[in-house]
Design a binder for this molecule. Structure first.
Ligand SMILES: NC(=O)C1=CN([C@@H]2O[C@H](COP(=O)(O)OP(=O)(O)OC[C@H]3O[C@@H](n4cnc5c(N)ncnc54)[C@H](OP(=O)(O)O)[C@@H]3O)[C@@H](O)[C@H]2O)[C@@H](O)CC1
Ligand SMILES: [K+]
Length: 519
């Protein structure tokens, strides 16, 4: 499991070590230089002679970059630091200067080469015009180390001279080619704790993060700015509970309902699916496909798409009966009162009788005021905005997309449900601070019907662990994250690197489950 921690927790973990004189910045800078060295060898074959540009802000994040730059300069790299603040980390600046790195001050007046600490060579870089000199430097760099802002970031985006550097770097990259960008601790400008990415935000290829990942490296939309994430152990002892977690391959076996030797179809879980209709049978077929692919004991289908469901899946039982979990609402039209009544009844049953339920699409506006955490909502951003508006919040789809965690949390707080917010990175919020961010799916998965398959997979897992999911209110969030992981992996497996149809994703689920939990 990849765990991330809020800046306050990281600072609290650093404090006793700093008080004891542990050289945390040395550890961080050493690891950063090692990773930058790997990148330089990959793009240029060697560190010696490579061109490294440092973006340096006012705080310790800039200090990390300067110290790492000094290490690279001692290994023969040509290092130029662009100083975006009047005062930068003094020890780092001295180290870089001693290692013969160049410094160049940038700001409202552009580069003027007046960096402190006796940098006699700063003036070379300012030739050719102010902004032009910076752009030329960035364009000619093999690697840029982004040390503008770390966990001390406040507000959205990088302000001031640093923000101008972020924009200049974006222009260089948009023009094609450009350097490999390595973010120091976090990409500068992201919301470190909430994953927002407004204003000037560095787009990194790699983030080298210290002590533990930060939530913004996992959460959308900021996660996209982080690139690959390398976590460096600098010796911090962090709290037991992370801010945001991400399930990985090794986590699936513990969570998945793998049948024991004495299993039979009822003990493995029966899933009730109230989805689709005669007019729109596809959602029903896809939900059932996902559930069967995930290995549910049995599916009972209730609704007007019985013939189509049976044609695709003769193992399904059509009609009502006892179930251990539900999938509700996929493909249920707003004017289909018969099916909506069935969804209402199933929701009430799930709440009253302790049966986990997935409430998707057409079930979201039928939700009682409050539900237990074993009811899992699976909206996309637009549906979540609608749900929140129905509860009095003035919120649009774009607001949800800009701050998915905050809005998923709000929906959880208002309804009591576990909330799985679908997206390129899927965010899950449950009670007691359970938060997951799963970025497993290829962009190709954004396709009609994919959500129906996800609902089926999640329903199967909830049916298989029905009693556990009711007894432990944080478990539905973990199982929802697990379903997102399997669903995303199935999309990759169905057609690596290419387009996928939802039915192909469902067909790939059994193989993914076998790979994750098979002996
Ligand atoms: N502690 C340790 O031992 C270790 C720490 N480590 C490293 O330290 C980093 C944290 O360092 P840090 O606390 O100095 O904060 P940092 O992020 O560098 O910047 C703060 C400065 O930025 C400014 N500023 C804020 N927001 C802004 C904005 N939007 N736009 C523009 N400016 C903004 C802010 O100004 P202020 O808001 O105070 O006016 C202040 O001047 C951490 O991420 C890791 O890399 C590692 O070495 C491991 C050991
Ligand atoms: K940074």
């Amino acid at each position: 499991m990849l765990l991330s921690f809020d800046p306050d927790d990281v600072r609290a973990a650093e404090r006793p070590l700093l008080a004891a004189g542990v050289p945390l910045m040395d550890r961080a800078a050493f690891a950063l230089a090692v990773h930058a060295g790997h990148v330089l060898r990959a793009v240029r074959g060697r560190v010696g002679g490579a061109h490294v540009v440092l973006l340096v802000g006012a705080g310790n994040n800039g200090g990390d970059a300067l110290h790492a730059g000094a290490r690279l300069a001692r290994r023969g790299a040509r290092v130029t630091a662009l100083l975006a603040a009047p005062q930068v980390h003094a020890g780092g600046l001295a180290a870089l200067t001693a290692a013969h790195g160049r410094t160049l001050r940038v700001g409202a007046d552009g580069p003027d080469g007046d960096a402190p600490a006796g940098d006699g060579r700063a003036a070379d870089a300012s030739g050719g015009g102010r902004g032009g000199a910076v752009a030329d430097l960035l364009a000619s760099a093999d690697v840029v180390l982004d040390g503008l802002l770390g966990i001390g970031a406040r507000g959205g985006g990088v302000r001031g001279a640093g923000g101008e550097l972020v924009d200049a770097l974006a222009r260089v990259r948009a023009a094609g080619g450009g350097p490999v960008v390595v973010a120091v601790d976090v990409p500068s400008g992201i919301g470190v704790a909430d994953g927002t990415a407004a204003g000037a935000v560095v787009r990194a290829d790699l983030t080298v993060t210290f002590g533990a990942a930060k939530p913004g490296l996992l959460l959308p939309p900021a996660a996209e700015a982080a690139g690959a994430v390398e976590t460096v152990d600098i010796g911090l002892t962090l709290p037991a509970r992370p801010a945001v977690a991400r399930l990985e391959t090794g986590d699936a076996a513990d969570l998945w309902p793998v049948p024991g030797g004495s299993a039979q179809k009822y003990s493995r879980g029966v899933l009730g699916v109230v989805a689709g209709s005669g007019a729109y049978p596809g959602a029903a077929v896809l939900s059932v496909s996902g559930a069967l692919g995930a290995g549910v004991g049995m599916v009972r289908y209730v609704g007007g798409a019985g013939p189509q469901v049976l044609a695709a899946h003769p193992e399904v039982v059509v009609g009502e009966g006892r179930v251990q979990a539900w999938v509700l609402g996929s493909g249920v039209a707003p004017d289909d009162e018969t099916q909506r009544d069935r969804v209402r009844a199933a929701l009430a049953h799930a709440v009253d009788h302790g049966e986990p339920a997935v409430a998707d699409a057409g079930a979201l506006d039928l939700l009682p005021e409050r539900v237990p955490a074993h009811v899992v909502l699976t909206p996309h951003a637009g549906e979540l905005a609608t749900l929140l508006r129905a509860r009095g919040d003035d919120v649009a789809r774009a607001d949800v997309e800009a701050a998915p965690l905050a809005h998923a949390r709000r929906a959880h707080d208002l309804t009591g449900a576990t909330v799985l917010l679908k997206g390129a990175v899927t965010v899950v919020v449950g009670p007691h601070g359970a938060v997951y961010a799963q970025g497993d799916a290829p962009a190709w998965l954004a396709t009609a019907g994919a959500g129906d398959v996800l609902g089926g997979v999640l329903g199967a897992v909830l049916a298989g662990r029905s009693a556990d999911a009711v007894a432990d209110p944080t478990l539905p969030a973990a199982l929802a994250a697990l379903a997102a992981l399997v669903h995303g992996r199935a999309a990759h497996a169905a057609n690596p690197g290419g387009p996928v149809a939802a039915s192909a994703v469902a067909a790939a689920v059994p193989g993914v489950v076998r790979a994750l939990v098979g002996a």
